[in-house]
Design a protein around this ligand. Structure first.
Ligand SMILES: [Fe+2]
Ligand SMILES: [Fe+2]
Length: 283
């Protein structure tokens, strides 16, 4: 298989691929409504109740111990208010994309969801300790969608994807390096392109772009560092599967950007581990 030599050529190939993750009709209507500045919860609620599995998923998430709301939430409109527009949209997107994930890469949806839990948890903890003031829901969304570029590779470059996964299984290189060797581009960049196209805010797509290269981030550096650490911890804890067996060391730059140490990380690990029992939400 030839290497893709220019980015333009690659983007053209991605755009020509018919079966890229696209949003089903109801989902794209919901997504459009959420993009609307003065969106109506009633309209979104009505659109959502047309998709039974989506409504069920939203209610499962909002009622999970992870969210920990004191009473049970039965109404989809109430759930929409509690989750907020960005989280809602990320769930809508991941609902269709996770179906694709299950077919292409077993374990990626669990990896993504746990990473979302971890990223949100870290943001909440940093906020509580007055270290910074990053929006936990933005971090949840970024975690959920951070590896979506792998779905692009798996659908647009099937043969290369197989080769990448085979190499990653035996190599001591990171997945991103192997993707570059074989394809000249990696899932972080492809994911960024897709998320940007779907109109999510830069606080979500820029951390996704740099989640494996924290030092290259100019804006949203703290968000990028949180995402990097959440992704690392998910892999270190062996939850789900992200494509590579190889685990690098924790990124010291990410710790420095946030001004946290290994004691902080150790306590995070103790606090997030039980979230592994909540991954059924996306089944
Ligand atoms: Fe990644
Ligand atoms: Fe990841």
């Amino acid at each position: 298989m030839k290497k893709i030599d220019t980015l333009d050529k690659l983007i053209a190939t991605v755009k020509k691929t018919d079966n890229l993750p696209t949003l089903p009709k109801v989902l794209s209507k919901i997504s459009e409504e959420i993009d609307n500045d003065n969106f109506s919860i009633k309209n979104i609620g009505e659109l959502m109740s047309r998709d039974v599995s989506l409504s069920a998923r939203i209610l499962k998430i909002v009622n999970s111990p992870f969210y920990g709301f004191p009473q049970r939430i039965y109404s989809i409109n109430h759930a929409i208010v509690l989750l907020g527009a960005n989280v809602l949209k990320s769930i809508v997107i991941s609902t269709s994309v996770f179906t694709a994930m299950k077919e292409t890469m077993a374990g990626l949806s669990e990896h993504s969801l746990f990473c979302a839990f971890a990223a949100k948890h870290i943001a909440v903890k940093l906020k509580a300790q007055k270290i910074n003031n990053i929006d936990p829901d933005i971090m949840f969304s970024a975690g959920l969608l951070h590896d979506i570029g792998k779905i692009i590779i798996a659908t647009a470059f099937k043969d290369d994807f197989k080769k990448i996964i085979e190499n990653a299984d035996k190599s001591k290189k990171s997945l991103v390096d192997i993707e570059h060797d074989i394809l000249n581009i990696s899932h972080d960049y492809l994911g960024y392109m897709l998320i940007k196209e779907w109109n999510l805010p830069p606080s979500i797509y820029l951390p996704i772009k740099y989640h494996h290269n924290v030092n290259l981030a100019d804006d949203f550096k703290a968000e990028t560092a949180i995402l990097n650490i959440a992704d690392f911890l998910t892999r270190a804890l062996g939850i789900g599967f992200s494509g590579a067996a190889y685990l690098e060391k924790i990124n010291r730059d990410a710790l420095n950007i946030l001004g946290i140490d290994m004691d902080f990380i150790k306590s995070v690990i103790g606090e997030i581990y039980s979230y592994k029992d909540e991954l059924y939400i996306f089944e």
